[in-house]
Design a protein around this ligand. Sequence first.
Ligand SMILES: [Zn+2]
Length: 75
Amino acid sequence: MAEHGTRSRYTYELCRCTECVFANATYLRRYRAGDVNREREEARRQSELNTACALYLRVNHPRVYKRIKQRIENA
Ligand SMILES: [Zn+2]
């Protein structure tokens, strides 16, 4: 179950406590201002960049790629 004060709790578990109502209102304000879509678009671009960089490394510097990958997997 999601924490109180989250939109998830408000939306999926229909909690209407003050914290959840506030979290939902905050989200809707950000959504209307276009912030949510801007953040999604930024995340999509960042993900595309990460994929391109990983591919470049894997092809051109396989040992470096392998070392980075191991470090992430062991974190
Ligand atoms: Zn709540």
